[in-house]
Ligand binder design. Structure first.
Ligand code: ZN
Length: 217
């Protein structure tokens, strides 16, 4: 059914439930499917692109779906909302490095993703867990130097406190390219005390649409 123009169909759509809680990123196929099956309760943000379907043989008109940057789907998932407070997102390097803005949390330098590693602050060999609050982005040099030691044992200092992202933060971290309106939306669900709140606010006040420079390999 995708027969027409698409200004930028690679842009992900932010989906929320009917109560406005952020849920997930959608690609254009998933977004169009929701519009088409009338599961979109309302949309906000900005018009991203229009997708044209086939011609109606009776009326001669062509179906058209306008896809917005933020769409709310029908229904609220109570259990999902309830569990959200206790939600711990899965840990992976891509979102971990983005949490730390591609900075080595020891030397404070910014690196390409391929030059970064996951450091266990308390090493696994000393009982440290593979969890968000025990991992830090580290460059190879710092990680090698630290070895199997804690920061104290290695006389190294972390430049930021590692934190576990909440649900909205994790959605932000997973986003490939987050538009200003989507960022604004997610920001409302991120605690003011979070380091990400300050970072995103800065981006927004600078009028930046694309949140971060992405460091692809
Ligand atoms: Zn380093």
């Amino acid at each position: 059914m995708l027969a027409g123009l698409a200004s930028d169909i690679s842009q992900q759509v932010l989906s929320t439930d009917a109560a406005g809680m952020p849920l997930e990123w959608l690609d254009y196929r998933e977004a169009v499917r929701l519009y088409h099956s009338k599961q979109v309760a309302y949309d906000c943000g900005t018009l991203l692109y229009s997708v044209f379907g086939g011609y109606n043989s009776c009326s001669g008109t062509r179906s058209r779906i306008d896809v917005n940057s933020i769409i709310a789907t029908h229904g609220t998932s109570r259990s999902r909302t309830r569990n959200r407070e206790r939600y711990v997102p899965p840990l992976n390097n891509r979102t971990l490095f983005k949490r730390d803005a591609n900075l080595c949390l020891y030397c404070g330098m910014r690196y390409m993703t391929r030059d970064l590693t996951r450091d266990h602050i308390t090493p696994v060999s000393q009982g440290g867990r593979d969890k968000w609050n025990n991992v830090a982005t580290a460059c190879r040099r710092c990680n090698n130097f630290k070895g199997g030691r804690t920061p104290e044992q290695a006389a190294m200092e972390l430049i930021a406190v590692p934190f576990t992202p909440n649900y909205a933060e994790y959605i932000y971290l997973k986003g490939r390219r987050v538009l200003a309106d989507q960022m604004q939306y997610l920001l409302a669900h991120i605690p003011r005390s979070s380091p990400l709140h300050a970072r995103l606010s800065d981006h927004l006040s600078n009028g930046e649409e694309i949140v971060e420079v992405h460091f692809h390999d």
